[in-house]
Ligand binder design. Structure first.
Ligand SMILES: *[C@@H]1O[C@H](CO)[C@@H](O)[C@H](O)[C@H]1NC(C)=O
Ligand SMILES: *[C@@H]1O[C@H](CO)[C@@H](O)[C@H](O)[C@H]1NC(C)=O
Length: 195
């Protein structure tokens, strides 16, 4: 009886020791949120970009980048990746919307333009996939080229409708959003190459 009580006691001590060692290790491995934070880099970056480029809206930049995972701990290159990814996801959604509208369209002119837009958004998706890769590889000039291409694709989609009187693009919200996200990404490439 005495022996087993002693055993239980010693095993308790060992467990407690292991617990403390583990607790200490975990505490060391996970730095506090404050230590990992990038000191409001999203706000600083958006302020700079909006000042440089009147096409960029500060509030749009802020809410967009903040919606990205880990944007509060990312560095500037990381924010470029976030902008690029958001734009790609948006272009994918816009392509799907163009496709659905095309199926429903009864007007031949609109149907043709929507088919163009579907193709243009697909091109934008490819460009934005490449711009994310370029940010990852620290090739910021390439990222700039790919983001500009995606922006032009969105503009070309809108222009198709504007060319014909009486036709209005049903995708202006989508193209405005995509162009805005590309502009944020472009601003980040400028800040990265300026340093
Ligand atoms: C992205 O840019 C690079 C470098 O300019 C170019 O080689 C590549 O073809 C572009 N990607 C797309 C999908 O346009
Ligand atoms: C993508 O675009 C849609 C509008 O087409 C918008 O509602 C949504 O918030 C956008 N997503 C991002 C991440 O900007």
């Amino acid at each position: 009886m005495k022996v087993s009580a002693a055993l239980i006691m010693s095993s308790l001590v060992v467990h407690q020791a292991i617990f403390f060692v583990l607790f200490f290790c975990i505490n060391q491995a996970i730095p506090s949120e404050a230590a990992r934070s990038n000191g409001g880099l999203v706000a600083k970056t958006c302020k700079k970009i909006a000042a440089d480029d009147p096409a960029v809206d500060y509030a749009f930049c802020l809410t967009s980048l903040q919606s990205g995972k880990h944007s509060n701990t990312a560095d500037l290159r990381g924010l470029g990746i976030i902008a690029s990814n958001l734009a790609r996801i948006n272009a994918t959604r816009s392509r799907r919307k163009a496709q659905n509208l095309k199926k429903k369209a009864t007007d031949l002119y609109d149907k043709t333009r929507l088919a163009d837009c579907e193709e243009l958004f697909q091109l934008a998706v490819s460009s934005l996939r490449d711009s994310t890769r370029a940010f990852r590889g620290e090739r910021y000039d390439d990222a700039n080229i790919n983001l500009s291409a995606a922006m032009t694709d969105a503009e070309t989609c809108d222009d198709g409708f504007a060319e014909m009187e009486g036709h209005v693009s049903p995708l202006t919200k989508e193209t405005r959003n995509l162009k805005g996200l590309c502009a944020v990404g472009l601003g980040i490439t400028w800040l990265l190459t300026r340093r």
